[in-house]
Ligand binder design. Structure first.
Ligand code: APR
Length: 256
């Protein structure tokens, strides 16, 4: 794989690198993206209609069942070459900040630390009433049947209803993570956006903030997303192919 020498030169000179990932980076681990059609019995449901506060109000067991199904799928999945390349990169550049829209923990399991989760995490849940946070148990490898309704648990402190610890459409982002992501996007030398359709705001605005602040901006995606004209380089291909090659050719070759 050959990259534009100007891209490699720009990346080698970068001291602060920011990376924004979306569902596409976990696709090669077998986790369907949001724009992929759901399979099996979930086929009838549109993720954008399940991931809302009103859906949870209407049918909390359906929504909890959907998140349990996704959580189990993630527990059974493994990080892929793209997750690992990012974890390796954190040892090769002076400062790397990883921002993700993903609610899975595949970045952490690949070795990345301090990941900014803009849309929350599947492994956490919290009480709607008293906001008590729960870490959901890891060791449940059985995948619930697709479409299965599961009643959400009750809060052990107040008896309130426990909800998934993710950000739903129409909800605000976790403030600390969002502010940190904006700060790093506006201050980085290079911003790499990987595996996102870049349509969900405000996360998608980070690449524009980075470009406006003068960073080198790079997109990695097998498809056209619509931000091609806003980035310095658009690398067409899967994250699992491109990121390891990019890390190897940009940084590894310098360290060996
Ligand atoms: N490598 C890189 N990119 C890939 C790969 C791959 N192997 N496979 C698919 N993609 C790309 C697709 O081309 C698409 O552009 O990943 C992107 C996935 O887009 P979405 O499904 O829209 O995921 P994302 O951008 O993360 O969605 C943003 O929307 O539903 C909400 O909160 C949810 O965090 C999510 C947000």
């Amino acid at each position: 794989m050959h990259f534009d020498p100007a891209l490699l030169k720009g990346l080698r000179g970068a001291r602060q690198v920011a990376i924004l990932t979306g569902a596409g980076i976990s696709a090669e681990s077998g986790i369907p993206t949001f724009r992929d059609k759901l399979t099996g019995l979930w086929e009838r449901y549109d993720p954008s209609e399940l991931a809302t506060p009103s859906a949870f109000e209407r049918d909390s067991a359906l929504v909890w069942g959907w998140y349990e199904w996704r959580r189990m799928m993630v527990l059974r999945a493994q990080p892929n070459a793209a997750h690992r390349a990012i974890a390796t990169l954190s040892e090769l550049v002076p400062q790397l900040t990883l921002v993700t829209q993903n609610v899975d923990d595949l970045h952490e399991r690949a070795g990345s630390r301090g990941v900014l989760h803009l849309h929350g995490e599947l492994a956490r849940a919290y009480c709607e009433t008293c906001r008590n946070v729960y870490r959901l148990p890891d060791g449940v490898p059985e995948l619930p049947a697709a479409g299965k309704r599961i009643q959400p648990p009750q809060c052990a402190s107040c008896g309130g209803r426990v909800r998934p610890g993710v950000v739903w459409f129409g909800e605000g982002l976790p403030e600390l993570a969002w502010h940190a992501a904006v700060t790093v996007s506006c201050g980085c030398d290079a911003f790499i956006v990987v595996g996102t359709s870049a349509v969900v705001q405000p996360a998608a605005s980070l690449v524009h903030k980075a470009a406006a602040a003068g960073a080198l901006t790079i997109q990695v995606n097998p498809d056209i997303t619509g931000i091609e004209d806003s980035v310095s380089f658009s690398l067409r291909g899967s994250a699992g192919d491109i990121l390891p090659a990019l890390v190897l050719q940009t940084w590894r070759s310098r360290t060996v």
